[in-house]
Design a protein around this ligand. Structure first.
Ligand SMILES: O=P(O)(O)OP(=O)(O)OP(=O)(O)OC[C@H]1O[C@@H](n2cnc3c(O)ncnc32)[C@H](O)[C@@H]1O
Ligand SMILES: [Mg+2]
Length: 176
């Protein structure tokens, strides 16, 4: 069995990794690690870097075969603040694979709170009157009326990682 270290204990993210990789081939080790970026990343670059750092930190901490990092952030556009999500997969041989996921705009009242320095997860709990939205359907689940929840969104990203990694392993080195 190969070991996959997942750089989070957030159930919405862990469930996504477990849904994509074979349970016959892999054991899964969710572990809390630093993203080495702000707890609320504010650009695609910072969010992607957070995912890569989580993957690398999880791989090292667990001495795993594969490390996976999933990171949520926001990105400013001329049409307001948008949710953005990134994932990364690293292995012991130095492969670094990354992929970006779905993006949707945030309502201006939510965006204003995040722009003032609050974390989106906290703003979402207040906005919905629910608790721990970040570990459940997520902002994406709320604002898509349940069509795509946070796990669905991270499943898509994890598939993009797994598929690229499989291609990488089958075809040798390529630059990402
Ligand atoms: O335990 P970790 O893995 O850190 O999980 P997290 O929920 O904090 O998730 P991120 O660090 O990846 O996300 C950065 C911030 O953005 C928030 N966030 C990102 N996407 C979200 C979503 O879909 N729903 C609610 N909060 C979200 C999150 O709560 C954090 O405040
Ligand atoms: Mg976090």
């Amino acid at each position: 069995m190969k070991k996959i270290a997942i750089g989070t204990t957030n159930p919405a993210k862990v469930a996504a990794v477990k849904a994509v990789f074979s349970h016959e081939c892999y054991v899964f080790m969710p572990i809390s690690v630093s993203s080495d970026v702000a707890s609320q990343p504010f650009s695609d670059e910072e969010t992607r870097l957070g995912a890569i750092n989580r993957a690398k930190n999880a791989l090292a901490k667990e001495q795993a075969d594969i490390g996976i990092g999933l990171e949520g952030g926001v990105t400013e556009t001329k049409d307001g603040l948008w949710l953005c999500n990134w994932g990364a997969l690293v292995d012991r041989n130095g492969a670094v694979i990354s992929a970006g996921g779905a993006r949707i705009p945030l309502p201006s009242e939510v965006a204003a709170e995040v722009m003032s320095g609050r974390e989106l997860g906290d703003v979402m709990d207040e906005y919905t009157g629910k608790r721990n939205i970040r570990q459940k359907e997520g902002a994406i689940g709320i604002f898509t009326n349940g069509y795509v929840d946070r796990t669905d969104m991270f499943i898509h990203i994890t598939k993009l990682l797994a598929g690229q990694y499989e291609f990488f392993c089958q075809n040798g080195q390529f630059t990402l």
